[in-house]
Design a protein around this ligand. Structure first.
Ligand SMILES: Cc1cc2nc3c(=O)[nH]c(=O)nc-3n(C[C@H](O)[C@H](O)[C@H](O)COP(=O)(O)OP(=O)(O)OC[C@H]3O[C@@H](n4cnc5c(N)ncnc54)[C@H](O)[C@@H]3O)c2cc1C
Length: 628
């Protein structure tokens, strides 16, 4: 059993590169790893890791000041219209310390937690997604995050204070042929006789790139003795003022109109070896580990989008009268609004819980962060789309146009444009599902990987067979035995049944993974639709757990608060239906038929269906590709 991914020699190389870059060990507890293996360890996350009161006291004035600044100075509509975040906005954020929220105080940062960082991004996101993307690219994945995790003391002293003061940074991995697949990387750096490096190559879509002072750049370096990887990729801190760094072009997008994002070329840039972060050949691992926590920012700002979607929808549903009633009283709209409220509640619950887990520093949260990145980006998109529908024609109209007509300029149209990218960057939804499936299957891969690998030598396969038999003989029966119907989790009141559902589902999910391994063997890696359904079940289980914990916490704070339980209950019901659908989809689906049609579509067998649209839509482009 290999890491899930594409087949063929090129695919195999991509897989090997991804496999080499992943963290192989699980040194800390992982709630979701247990869950995927059939164990519901609620004790790990409940009670939720408590916040540090000292940190909270320091965070409060910062968040209040940020909120006041955001209301007064961050105008999302203007930034969207002008396609630029004014320098005064960045200066204001710098002054507040928003460029170094998590940078330790010893290096001039605010030294605040992941929870606070998420809340800060949420505040900015409620005004402007572009400014949030700038802050997030700068410090979720940009230079400070890998530097804090992997930097030497000298590197931290040299760069972190500068960044905390406001030196904007960027993260440059993507290239024209490197999107989801870093194996194709062509940017490269060669060592010079005096120990420096010379960097060549071109990076695509680097957020903040054209405005940044610093970048973390991934480039191939030659294999050398002592370097672990056979095709090493190394991470370099590059200063954009250095000779040879060129902004070739600024890119424009459907949304996030205010970000500065571009094609950056490195024309023989000389980089001191002191600027290698994490060691030679460790660049991809560094990028992956950086993203493991970095991915939590996206759920934080998606949560704001969900909450904003709820606020706008509820106001409009009550205000807009059609057919003699507020539209929210028509059941079709009520169904949407109730759904938005339930999903927004779970978004907040999941994001806060995973951030608290990150702050507790005793969890491995790679699975939770990836699951939330996937789930929140897709849910925020659904919520925004539903909110747009509730707003009707006004949902499709720009805020400027609404304002000009004297109407409340709810920025739903902008939100839909801005939110779409979340399913693409920092790992597309499809790649996130593969990543999560690989991590969920890790124990099986470790135990039976050689057994399922047709290229493995016989002695290795026999050894794997013995190990696997011993393990599965005791492990598999445990997946059928459990206390899932026992009246456990009584302190959760009416929500206890949902937690018991998660307990039963964790065993069912683990069995389903195991059955698919047995059934498909090494081919499981190519059954992405099957893996995707299993991953989605895992995500819903985490969100159900988070929603119940969140509601229980709210009721403990205020025993009169019954609406939190009602909201959590509705979310859990909806999530359970999605889980049931996913399991049903495992048994009965159209995967094979759909794959067959996709192959035919690629081969052009449906030319009669697309007829002239290629030429009409693509014009010259199509004509020239036809000629080729
Ligand atoms: C606005 C914006 C900002 C960005 N900011 C940054 C940044 O700051 N730094 C940076 O380095 N990059 C950045 N990116 C790049 C972004 O991370 C990539 O777009 C993303 O990784 C996907 O790569 P791609 O677009 O080349 O898609 P591709 O990899 O070409 O994928 C195309 C489609 O195929 C699917 N696919 C690909 N491989 C597989 C597979 N094995 N199995 C199943 N499906 C697959 C994908 O999911 C996707 O749906 C940014 C992009 C945008 C648009």
């Amino acid at each position: 059993m290999n890491a899930p991914g594409p087949s063929g020699p090129a695919g195999q190389e991509s897989r090997q590169v991804a496999e080499a870059a992943r963290e192989h060990e699980w040194e800390r507890e992982s709630f979701m790893r247990h869950l995927f293996e059939g164990r519901f360890r609620l004790d790990l996350i409940y009670p939720a890791p408590p916040p540090d009161p000292d940190e909270q006291a320091r965070a409060r004035p910062f968040l209040e000041a940020l909120r006041a600044f955001a209301i007064r100075h961050i105008d999302g509509d203007r930034i969207d219209r002008e396609g630029h975040i004014p320098e005064e906005v960045l200066d204001g954020l710098r002054e507040l310390g928003a460029f170094g929220i998590k940078i330790p105080r010893a290096y001039g940062g605010l030294g605040l937690s992941q929870v606070t960082y998420g809340r800060a991004l949420g505040i900015v996101a409620s005004r402007c997604a572009s400014t949030t993307a700038l802050l997030s690219a700068h410090q979720s994945i940009g230079v400070p995050q890998p530097l804090t995790l992997f930097g030497t003391e000298a590197q931290k002293e040299a760069y972190l204070p500068r960044i905390a003061k406001g030196a904007l940074s960027a993260f440059a991995l993507t290239e024209s042929d490197v999107g989801s697949d870093p194996a194709n990387m062509s940017s490269h750096a060669e060592p010079t006789p005096d120990g420096d490096w010379v960097l060549h190559g071109e990076k695509l879509w680097t957020t903040n790139g054209p405005r940044a002072e610093l970048m973390i750049v991934m480039a191939r370096t030659p294999p050398r003795p002592g370097v672990r990887s056979r095709r090493p990729v190394t991470a370099f801190i590059v200063e954009t003022a250095w000779e040879g760094v060129e902004v070739v072009r600024e890119c424009q997008f459907m949304g996030l109109k205010g970000i500065s994002n571009g094609v950056i070329r490195f024309n023989g840039v000389r980089v001191p070896s002191a600027n290698i972060v994490g060691g030679e050949g460790e660049g991809l691992r560094l990028a992956l580990v950086t993203l493991n926590t970095g991915r939590l920012s996206l759920p934080a700002f998606c949560t704001t989008a969900g909450r904003a979607g709820l606020e706008i929808s509820r106001r409009w549903a009550a205000e807009r009268i059609q057919w003699g009633r507020p539209i929210g009283e028509h059941e079709a709209v009520a169904q949407k609004l109730g759904g938005i409220a339930a999903e927004a509640f779970a978004m907040e619950a999941g994001s806060e819980l995973a951030s608290a887990m990150a702050d507790a520093k005793r969890f491995d949260i790679r699975l939770e962060a990836a699951l939330l990145k996937l789930w929140h980006s897709e849910t925020a998109w659904v919520v925004a789309n539903e909110a747009l529908q509730i707003r009707g024609g006004r949902g499709y109209e720009t805020a400027d146009s609404l304002r000009a007509r004297g109407e409340t300029p709810y920025p739903v149209e902008r939100a839909v444009r801005d939110l779409r990218i979340n399913m693409i960057f920092e790992g597309t939804s499809e790649i996130m599902r593969l990543f999560i499936a690989r991590e969920a299957l890790d124990r099986h891969v470790k135990l039976a990987g050689a057994l399922l690998d047709p290229d493995a030598p016989l002695p290795r396969r026999l050894a794997a067979a013995g190990r696997a038999a011993l393990h599965y003989l005791w492990w598999y029966p445990t997946l059928w035995l459990g206390w899932g119907f026992w009246p456990a989790h009584g302190s959760f009141g009416p929500l206890a049944k949902h937690l018991r559902f998660v307990s039963r589902t964790s065993r069912r999910l683990s069995r389903a993974f195991f059955h698919r391994i047995v059934r498909h063997g090494p081919a499981l890696e190519r059954r992405q639709a099957v893996l995707g359904r299993l991953v989605d079940v895992g995500a819903e289980c985490f969100l159900i757990s988070a929603a119940c914990i969140h509601a229980e916490g709210l009721v403990r704070e205020d025993p009169k608060n019954r609406v939190a339980v009602e909201l959590a209950d509705l979310f859990c019901r909806r999530a359970r239906r999605r889980v049931a659908n996913a399991f049903r989809g495992l048994r009965s689906n159209d995967d094979v038929a759909t794959d067959r049609v996709a192959k035919r579509a690629m081969a052009g067998d449906y030319g009669w269906l697309t007829r002239d649209v290629g030429e009409l839509v693509l014009g010259d482009l199509n004509a020239s590709s036809e000629k080729r």
